[in-house]
Ligand binder design. Structure first.
Ligand SMILES: [Zn+2]
Length: 185
């Protein structure tokens, strides 16, 4: 199952393809936000520690936070908090898409029973069972050995998903440049 690094890079990749502003500090904020949103669904692992209903007493991993509906809700919330009314709908869709990469990636590669992708309309778990491009296997049993395995997996993810991000970033730059040039022509 992909690590937070892969998820975050996929979120940033969506921003790289869809964000309109030219490079600058605010653009990097958008990348960071896209990264964070794409990591966020896995915070559901912490829900079981909330000591009151309806959270206590059961595992929440791959539940409603791994759905397209929740991604849309969070995209809307981010667009409202950013207060840019002119770009509201577009921003909502871009940030929702960044977050939606998480459940979609899990849908493809998870080895669990699946994700609740269509919440709130359907509550069954979906999975496609595709073989992931990165081998998520532990070769060692000691804590240090597992840390080494984790670092290795993270490096492979960085190479793979980082390349995808750089490609999207370059494509995004080319598309933006073409738009600017066509406006000036
Ligand atoms: Zn997940």
């Amino acid at each position: 199952m992909p690590l937070p690094l892969a998820h975050g890079l996929m979120g940033a990749t969506v921003i790289a393809l869809c964000h309109r502003q030219q490079d600058g500090n605010r653009n990097w904020c958008a990348y960071a936000l896209g990264f964070l949103l794409a990591v966020a669904p896995d915070f559901d692992c912490a829900f079981r520690w909330i000591p009151f209903a309806p959270f206590a007493g059961r595992g929440w991993h791959h539940d409603f936070t791994h759905s397209l509906g929740f991604a849309l809700l969070c995209g809307w919330l981010v667009a409202v908090l950013l207060h840019e009314s002119r770009e509201h709908t577009r921003q909502m869709l871009v940030y929702a898409a960044a977050m939606a990469t998480h459940p979609l990636l899990d849908l493809l590669f998870t080895s669990s029973s699946g994700v609740e992708l269509l919440w709130p309309f359907r509550h069954d778990r979906l999975r496609l069972g595709v073989e992931p491009p990165v081998a998520y296997v532990w070769h060692h049993h000691s804590l240090l050995g597992k840390a080494f395995d984790l670092a290795q997996i993270a490096l492979v993810e960085l190479a793979l998903y980082g390349s995808l991000f750089l490609l999207a970033w370059w494509l995004g730059q080319v598309m933006r440049r073409n738009v600017v040039e066509s406006r000036l022509a």
